[in-house]
Design a protein around this ligand. Structure first.
Ligand SMILES: C[S@@+](CC[C@H](N)C(=O)[O-])C[C@H]1O[C@@H](n2cnc3c(N)ncnc32)[C@H](O)[C@@H]1O
Length: 261
């Protein structure tokens, strides 16, 4: 059994995209000096966490092969879990967009390390990214990523079993637009929105923001990276007149803490 039995499938899916798409995506990003700088910092800090004995680094090493999230954003999730547990902020932990499960597994491991049992909801197509829409300002580049970030449901389940954190995890397969409105979530302490596109981020906020309890945390993975994600967040906060500071985690990641009642 190869160590990553799904690798070949992902390679085939990536290879099915028209030649040059990936290169076009890389060249587009290279035109952005802030992103290039961030990537360099990411490489350097990532290396440190390979040897650091810290609590976070130990968990990071367990999931890093299963995530595209940066160290800073993973650390944001780890600290988010510790915060809601430490402050006794009640509610579930929810991730919209888990792909191969790395960031979600990190949250599950952080919960276990904090001695806490909470339901962890994971929403994804488990078939890769859906297509962006005309509401994504960078549609031309974004559409090249349709079908990428593929993490199969069975692959993610296996990661959770391997890490010993499968208990209490609710995997929900399908488009956020179809699955989230039907879910039985009542209260959320920590919400991680990592769906890349305008429509995906918008539906998560519209459906889940009100379930985040006062003092709860919402982390956005793609605010700096994808223009549609940023647009959805900015529009939602403006429409609802929500005036809380967006904490910058790195080039792309942001988080907010919902005001206490
Ligand atoms: C960048 S990946 C998530 C990365 C992941 N958090 C990690 O640790 O690597 C984005 C994920 O969001 C999912 N996604 C985006 N929009 C979606 C939608 N509307 N419905 C369901 N899943 C969606 C994709 O399938 C993909 O797996």
């Amino acid at each position: 059994m190869p160590s990553d039995p799904w690798r070949e499938e992902r390679r085939v899916v990536a290879g099915a995209q028209p030649a040059g798409h990936r290169l076009k995506g890389i060249l587009y990003r290279l035109r952005n000096p802030a992103l290039v700088g961030d990537t360099a910092v990411r490489a350097a800090t990532g290396s440190w966490h390979l040897i650091s004995p810290s609590e976070f680094s130990n968990l990071y090493r367990r999931v890093r092969g299963h995530t595209v999230c940066s160290v800073a954003r993973l650390r944001g999730l780890h600290e988010g879990v510790k915060y809601v547990v430490g402050k006794h902020i009640e509610g579930d932990v929810v991730e919209c967009g888990c792909a191969r499960g790395g960031s979600a597994a990190l949250m599950a491991l952080s919960l276990r390390q904090s001695g806490e049992r909470r339901t962890l909801w994971l929403f994804d197509t488990f078939e890769g990214l859906p297509a962006p829409t005309a509401d994504d300002p960078d549609y031309e580049i974004a559409e090249l990523f349709t079908g990428s970030c593929l993490g199969r449901l069975e692959e993610v389940r296996e990661l959770f079993r391997e890490q010993g954190v499968a208990q209490g995890v609710r995997f929900v397969k399908g488009l956020f637009q179809d699955t989230i409105p039907k879910s039985a979530i009542e209260r959320i302490a920590l919400l991680h929105i990592d769906g890349d596109w305008y429509e995906s981020v918008k539906v998560c906020l519209e459906q889940l923001y009100d379930k985040v309890v006062p003092g709860g945390i919402i982390q956005f993975d793609d605010y700096g990276y994808w223009k549609g994600a940023r647009k959805a967040v900015d529009e939602f906060l403006a429409k609802r007149k929500i005036n809380v500071p967006l904490k910058k985690l790195d080039y792309s990641g942001r988080s907010i803490r919902k005001a206490s009642a």
